[in-house]
Each structure stands twice: as C-alpha cells, then as structure tokens.
Write a protein that binds this ligand. Sequence first.
Ligand code: GRF
Length: 212
Amino acid sequence: MIQSESDNRNDIRRVAVLASGRGSNFEALCRGDTGPGRVTLLISDRPEAPVLKRASDLGVEALYMYPGSYRTRFGLDEEKQWADLMIDRGIGLVCLAGLMRILKGPVLETFTGRIMNIHPSLLPSFPGLNSQRQALDYGVKVSGCTVHYVDSGTDTGPVILQRTVPVKDDDTEDSLAARILKQEHIAYSEAVKLYCSGVLSADERRILKKEK
Ligand code: GRF
C-alpha cells in the first residue's frame, strides 16, 4: 500500500517522545534538524513533569498518562493504553528522553525496532542510573552519549550513534553532565533524521547508514 500524506497510520515521520522530567532533549528534537521527522506527540508518566509545559509552549500535543502503580515499570494495561494511543496517532518512531521507566510489554512489542533512547555515557560503559557519576568514579578520560535502539534490557540495544566529550580533572557530576547534554541534543536530532530519512539498516547488532 502506498501511504498518502493524509494517511497518518504508522508514518515513519511521526515521532512521539516519552519523558518523565525536564525535557531538554524533547525540546532539542522539536527545534533541531530532524530531517523529515516531526515530533507530534509528547507523553509523560508524571503530571508535574516540566516537559509537559515545554510541549504545550511548542504547540505539540502533550499528554499525561497514568503508568500504573509500579515505580520503575508500567502496568500491563497501562502500557497497552500508551501503545494504543501512539498507534491511534499514527506514530512511526518512539523516542525515550529521560523516561524513568522500563518498557517490557505492549509498547516494546508494538514498536519493535522503532524505539530509540538517549543515554549519557558511551555504552556499553555505565548503563543504568547516574552514568556521569559512574564515569567520574571509574576515572575515564573520555565520556559522551549514545543513541540506541531499545530492547528488553537496560541500555543494551544496538547503538545508532555516539558523541564524545573530554572528562576534565576538575569535573563534577554536574559539569560533566552539562557537557554531555549539549552533545545529546545534537546526537538525538541526528539519529532521528537518519531514521526518518530511511537510511538506517542493521547487520546483526551493527547499525549501518545506507548510501541512497
Ligand atoms: C538525559 O541526560 C538523558 O540522556 C537521560 O535522561 C536525561 C534527560 O534529560 N536519559 P532531559 O529531560 O531531556 O533534559
């Protein structure tokens, strides 16, 4: 079936962002060069998350949706509601940007291979929480950020792209996080642009950029 402009079912260019907090990556995706990709939906699991106001200010549909009663994952019924809403909105790509919950069920199954995350370290180093603190404690001289596809593990999916920053002797967790965050904003838009332009392919775990 050839998809027309008005058919919003599963459109590769329609991007949803799922976020729990501040929303600087969300805003970078809205303002950055994402090629044919457009952020058309923001969903948060926290009604008080600042990202909801950012989305309203930017004219993006912004919804709080109840995630269920668990602390770090979704309830099964609730995750299905999130997935159904994104299907209804014709979402083609789901971008996690500081979502403080693990996807295990319907969203992961519905959008397999179409979910990205941004993580503030050079994976596979320092997955999980407090990555900048982990990097400082380990004593690495270079850190950075990783955009990767999401699978059922924690920060284990195939790497799409990475950007590096130096770790300075006088860095604190905050100064390192701020340096990495600037690169996150560039990296995430670039990854979405590649995806929505249809130039990414996979060879086992390796994500490759097809020549057009
Ligand atoms: C970023 O550091 C991102 O890498 C991590 O959570 C943070 C979200 O920041 N997954 P923001 O809400 O996008 O400003």
